[in-house]
Design a protein around this ligand. Structure first.
Ligand code: UDP
Length: 245
């Protein structure tokens, strides 16, 4: 479904300025609730997809019109790469440590030999270097820029620079994607993905980095979803009572 949407948009040609495609999980819902700057940045997105299965499961419990599907960025990248191989769209990979960025770039080139790779750059640069980074991307003339700088840095980067990235069609935030592409990180088993537990798998592998993040954001995100469903008055329970299912 998401890829069909993408296909329609790409078929419509380059947009000027580029469209911003963000993703949502428990962490971003929590940040949306606590950080006005992040909320404003999210408001700039042209499209937001649910990156966490737990969001989809919660939406099924709470909302009359639940989210149709989970779109993990780590899966979406491959769907778009296949599209790009046939349509001729080119990619630029921005973000992560230099070795990870390079390994991801090489792995993508190996897996998708017909894909046009316009360029790549690691994601550790100072604010005063940002204009140069944007110039590098612009001169590489990619159709899609994948931005892996971590949240919220990547969302702010996209919003701040959208107007300068003329010629680019889409800018997509992608968090830890390059770690997966480079083979440094592994996906959770399918049953954990389906059960909305991929975050738990990642936390078990990297507890020092991720335990605090998920412990503080997931419960708050859950509370916000509960609150919001009540505010909107569209819980399944209410929908059932009024005969609207
Ligand atoms: N990163 C970066 N520049 C920075 C800070 C982070 O390129 O200044 C990269 C980091 O190396 C990692 C990614 O951003 O590859 C963040 O991944 P994280 O796992 O936090 O994202 P998630 O997938 O959890 O959203």
């Amino acid at each position: 479904m998401m890829v069909n949407h993408w296909r329609r948009n790409v078929a419509a040609g380059r947009s000027d300025p580029p469209k911003l495609l963000f993703s949502a999980n428990g962490q971003s819902i929590a940040m949306y609730g606590t950080d006005p700057d992040f909320r404003a940045a999210i408001g700039e997105a042209d499209l937001i997809h649910a990156d966490g299965m737990s969001l989809v499961l919660m939406s099924r419990l709470l909302f009359k019109r639940p989210l149709p599907e989970r779109v993990a960025t780590t899966d979406f990248f491959h769907d778009v790469a296949q599209e790009a191989e046939s349509s001729g769209m080119s990619f630029y990979l921005l973000g992560a440590q230099e070795d990870i960025n390079r390994a991801a770039f090489e792995a993508v080139g190996y897996r998708y030999p017909s894909l046009k790779l316009a360029g790549r750059r690691h994601g550790y640069f100072r604010p005063e270097e940002e204009a140069g980074v944007i110039e590098e991307i612009r001169s590489a003339q990619p159709d899609v820029v994948w931005v892996a700088l971590g949240r919220p840095r990547q969302e702010y980067f996209c919003v701040r620079n959208r107007a300068h990235l003329t010629g680019v069609s889409w800018v997509k935030t992608c968090g830890g994607l390059f770690d997966f592409l480079a083979g440094k990180a592994t996906r959770a088993p399918m049953w954990m993905q389906t059960a909305g537990l991929e975050w738990l798998y990642r936390t078990a592998l990297e507890p020092r980095r991720l335990a605090w993040r998920y412990l503080t954001t997931n419960p708050y995100a859950l509370w916000r979803m509960l609150l919001h469903s009540r505010e909107l008055g569209i819980t399944n329970e209410q929908a059932g009572q009024s005969g609207r299912t």
